[in-house]
Design a protein around this ligand. Structure first.
Ligand SMILES: [Zn+2]
Length: 484
């Protein structure tokens, strides 16, 4: 048996003023596709030959340029056309939060699914694994037979979910049945920092999903949190329940409705998981606490959520403080390619004077920095397949105990390995400011206190204060009163 495989990831933030381009995607072909979808051995054991198309991971960024998206989509579509008569099934990872400029479907995932379904016809099974921070709508359930997203946020069940979907898909391939997932829209849009799975109400929702999956006739159940930073009618939460076959259709529908109702009944329980305060309070508390290590997340400049890591606002707030209470402060990092590349002409120990900040808005205003270079190293990515994407130069600012990691590429410091690659020991610092929303598990384990600063910026986390024009209303928490 032959199965077409492909993977496409992008989170497209409406408030990001730049378009997402092909060269910003991590692209792989051939064996990379199956390997990154964790299905190679499952296919091998079951005598299935993978037909790889493309692995394209663009992370979080702005809306995707149409030509860039079409390059990726056509790798999948053209291969589907070429191998049309050989394909027994299609297995894809489609994140769910992409938006493409001038595309009728808006979401790139929907376009890909639609085209692939058209090509292979209605009888070939299609399974998709998704990220819960993407959107799913009724249309997906008309195009794919199996839809299942990660259950845990952060996604420590990523590999397992890929494998579970691959197993379910193989079962379906061997014993073909007509399957249509059931979908229930949930008019809630709270974003990732208010839907961490170790916390409520996600923990209880996930228990219900686990329970649904033990029922006879239910293949899988998912709660899709939805993508909170795109102004699109597609954005909302949703429940998908997949029946084993059409005789369990009404059971799947009933479970989807029950779980959606539970989420709506408990909508007020969605809350910021981290201790969350306004920026000035975050700075004050980090300086005055006796705890070490304190992590502050610059949540409006969340490099994992579509922002640039450009912002200097918190740095300026720390610089204005005359007394840091003997605290050593590390900013990991500020993304400024020009400043970083200039600093790379120097060596550790050199005295440097430069301007930091790309000045595209109020938050990224320039700051004049004078100080010594204390470290130089690599900028590594995090989470899925960490690798070097750029360089870092760390500078200690004159007459202060403030250190800034200047980076020439976009990423967030989320894991210890990234500090090490940059030539830093996180334990040397009392306060570390990172470009995230909620603090990720790796750093959370190292922190004695973590504070999410509600900073302004492209990923401002109080979604109810953002101006949306295209969401389907009412939606919680934007229209709180409508649900009373
Ligand atoms: Zn996610």
């Amino acid at each position: 048996m032959k199965v077409l495989v492909g993977s496409f990831t992008a989170e497209s933030n409406s408030w990001n003023p730049f378009n997402h381009k092909l060269e910003q995607f991590n692209i792989g072909y051939d064996d990379v596709v199956g390997k990154n979808m964790f299905c190679e051995d499952i296919f091998k054991e079951n005598g299935i030959e993978a037909i790889p198309t493309i692995y394209a991971n663009g992370g979080a960024n702005g809306y995707i340029e149409k030509s860039s998206f079409m390059f990726i989509a056509d790798k999948i579509i053209d291969k589907a056309i070429e191998k049309k008569n050989e394909i027994d099934g299609v297995l894809m990872f489609l994140h769910g939060a992409s938006h493409v400029l001038d595309l009728d479907e808006d979401a790139g995932e929907l376009y890909i699914l639609k085209k692939v379904r058209e090509i292979v016809g209605k009888d070939i099974p299609i399974a998709i694994t998704m990220d819960p921070h993407g959107n799913v709508t009724e249309s997906y359930t008309e195009l794919a037979n199996i839809i299942r997203c990660y259950r845990q946020s952060p996604h420590w069940d990523r590999e397992q979910t890929h494998r579970d979907v691959a197993e379910l898909f193989v079962k379906l391939l061997k014993n073909p049945k007509n399957i249509k997932p059931e979908y229930e829209r949930v008019p809630i849009l709270v974003g990732g920092s208010r839907s961490v799975s170790a916390d409520e109400p996600m923990n209880s929702i996930n228990n219900l999903l686990d329970k649904a999956e033990t029922l006879e006739g239910i293949m899988s159940a998912s709660y899709h949190i939805g993508y909170s930073h795109a102004d699109s009618p597609l954005c909302a939460a949703g429940v998908v329940v997949v029946p084993e076959n059409d005789s369990y259709q009404s059971l799947a529908s009933q479970k989807a409705k029950e779980i959606a109702k539970f989420a709506m009944d408990n909508k007020e329980a969605f809350h910021f998981t981290n201790y969350t305060v306004e920026p000035d309070k975050a700075v004050e508390e980090a300086i005055t606490t006796t705890k070490k290590t304190v992590f502050i997340t610059d949540s409006g400049d969340d490099a994992t959520g579509g922002s640039f890591g450009y912002n200097t606002l918190l740095l300026r707030m720390f610089l204005e403080r005359s007394d840091l209470n003997n605290k050593k402060v590390l900013f990991a990092s500020v993304h400024d390619p020009a400043a970083c590349n200039k600093l790379m002409n120097h060596e550790i120990g050199d005295y440097v004077s430069f301007s930091l900040g790309v000045a595209i808005d109020d938050e990224s205003q320039q700051v004049i920095i004078n100080g010594n270079i204390t470290a130089m190293g690599d900028l590594n990515t995090f989470y899925a397949f960490p690798h070097k994407i750029g360089d870092t130069v760390t500078v200690k600012i004159d007459d202060t105990d403030i250190y800034i990691v200047v980076a020439n590429h976009l990423t967030a410091f989320r894991e210890v390995q990234q500090f090490e690659k940059a030539g830093l020991d996180y334990k040397d610092y009392d306060i570390i400011v990172v470009k995230q929303g909620y603090l990720y598990t790796d750093l959370l384990e190292l922190s004695d206190k973590d504070i999410m600063a509600l900073t302004p910026g492209i990923t401002y986390k109080k979604i109810e204060d953002l101006e949306f024009k295209n969401l389907i209303r009412p939606i919680y928490p934007l229209d709180k009163d409508a649900f009373k």
